[in-house]
Design a protein. Sequence first.
Length: 408
Amino acid sequence: MALLPFCALIRMLKDKKIILGITGGIAAYKSPLLLRLLIKEGAQVKVILTEAAQEFVTPQTLSVLSKNKVIAGFFTENNEWNNHVHLAEWADLMVIAPLTANTLSKMVTGNCDNALMATYLSAWQKCIVAPAMDKEMYEHPGVQSNLQLLESYGTSIVPPDAGELASGLFGMGRMAEPEAIVAHIKNYFSQYLPLKGKTALVNAGPTYEAIDPVRFIGNHSSGKMGIAVAETLAYNGAQVTLVLGPSSQTVVDKNIEVIRVQSSDQMYEAMVSNYAGKHIVVCSAAVADYKPAKASTQKIKKKDEGIQLKLVKTRDILSELGRSKKKQFLVGFALETENVIEYAKGKLKAKKLDMIVANSASEKGSGFGGDTNKISIIDKHNKIINFELKPKAEVACDIVDFIIEHLK
Ligand code: CTP
């Protein structure tokens, strides 16, 4: 299967080509549900049924749901050959659910007495099965050793659930639920994600610099752009640590560890202590450049005369990361109101970055708060790519695609 270093991966099963093989067991009633889930996820599915499976589920139902012709034998109704070799070549994956004890034993011995088996023998190197049978059948030593053999051939097995079986018995053997099979399929595809095995550190959002316990100096950053980058890195297989300033946005992705911080000092500590060993580091946070020299421990009371705040410079997190860079691919952002490219190039060099994402706060639809952004990417050879105004999720795809390309 070809690698997909592209944001189609945001929906992992989108446009994936899957053969769904259905064998003759009562669990076949769940197969149309599995098919519906796969279609909903954007997969293209072609269904093959054994003769016995047609006793449990009709080709018509599966044809309507899959929006494809269903293969139910070696030949079509018009006596045309169902070319199983082409079908196997077309597919990214073959899923057999349910898998009966009978088909399991044929798969192990390489028996080829129906169209499903012929297709399996052509597609066996990319196959997932979901066995379903009665408890005693499942526990039979021959069935167990067949499962082990099949696994040793490289087939991935979605284990059955325990529960009430069609026979009325309780025990192992019930086919895994369609949702669990879909999760297994996604896991299978995730091994091909371009950032699989890579770690990333991202910061996002504003920082709040305390004046006193109730007031702060902050900025309008929402954190949306950096969160979109973190999510896109995770969708592409990276294990992401996100250091997030005080943003109202929520992040729900099990591959993203979120560290919440308030001030630039806390963000500095979190970034520096999580920096070592990361493959990709993206600093999109709008870190305050100045903070009060001393935050009052008590609320500052109103006086008739004005007050003067003494501000001191914050530490530049990105510059520190650039200075101590080992093998990290380091990405910065530059938000400018004028001379965007020129200032961004200056930051790229001064902070020792591998690339910088430049955007203009004065461009309509770009910058803080909104859902769109218009960026230019500059790499360390000063090559510039300009992008159109687009939703931040798509901008994140452009940024991550660029990172993937440069990591190759
Ligand atoms: N940055 C940082 N720490 C700071 C200030 C900025 O890590 N104290 C990072 C930002 O996260 C961004 C990059 O530096 O990736 C550029 O930030 P920006 O605010 O555009 O520029 P500054 O370096 O702060 O310079 P200026 O405000 O003068 O444009």
